[in-house]
Write a protein that binds this ligand. Structure first.
Ligand code: E4P
Length: 216
């Protein structure tokens, strides 16, 4: 399954029209870049209107108590669509656990290792976001983290889903899917690159030219 890693409503609407996307992920960096002056609630409501499926919105508070308060405020914007993105850590686990008990969907984010992914799933995260590109930035193997996490979730029948983000190349999407990701969240430029293959373009040109020149 594919989600879109974006907070740009126009781009989200356009790419959802392809029929291949099932949700949206945002984060504070994406929102700061794409919508520096926007009101967060208004922007997220536009993102929700432009898409379908869960829309992840990340907490920026730092204590468990403040995070929980922020989470409930975000969730109230649209309880059926908002998925609260919880940064991984001690406070994050507490918040994930409390939100799971309250029936609020969570996306535990910034996960860089199997150990963290396992804890996030045990705490009741709906999605566990493994950051492929950033794991590789540290010189580690992202594929192993994804495979081991999926294998453990299946073995223990934990309901969490493996969501892979921090995608930099088309090959990262393929690798994550083959390694067992339930979902890959793809930046718009990478999704557009996934369309292209020079042999496809050449073949379509050949077919259309043959049709245009038929009988000549
Ligand atoms: C995932 O949900 C994150 O938004 C995202 O993929 C972060 O990755 P990056 O900051 O390394 O691009």
């Amino acid at each position: 399954m594919l989600f879109l890693d974006s907070s740009n409503p126009a781009e989200i609407r356009e790419l959802f029209s392809w029929g291949v996307l099932a949700g949206v992920t945002t984060n504070p960096l994406i929102l700061a870049r794409e919508a520096p002056d926007a009101d967060l609630e208004a922007r997220i409501r536009e993102v929700i209107a432009a898409s379908s499926g869960p829309v992840s919105v990340e907490l920026v508070a730092e204590t468990a108590e403040e995070m929980l308060e922020e989470a409930h405020a975000l969730h109230a914007w649209d309880p059926s669509r908002i998925c609260v993105k919880v940064p991984f850590g001690e406070a994050g686990l507490k918040v994930t656990h409390a939100l799971a008990r309250a029936g609020v969907k969570t996306n535990v984010t910034c996960v860089m290792s199997f150990n963290q992914a396992y804890l996030a799933a045990l705490a009741g995260g709906t999605y566990v976001s493994i950051f492929s590109g950033r794991i590789r930035d540290m010189g580690y193997d992202a594929r192993g983290v994804i495979e081991q996490t999926r294998e453990r979730l299946d073995r223990e029948r934990l309901p969490a889903e493996v969501l892979v983000g921090s995608i930099r190349h088309i090959a990262d999407v393929n690798e994550a899917l083959f390694a067992g990701a339930h979902v890959v969240t793809v930046p718009p430029p990478i999704l557009r690159k996934m369309l292209h293959n020079p042999k496809t373009d050449e073949t379509i040109r050949e077919f259309n030219a043959a049709w245009a020149n038929r009988g000549k």
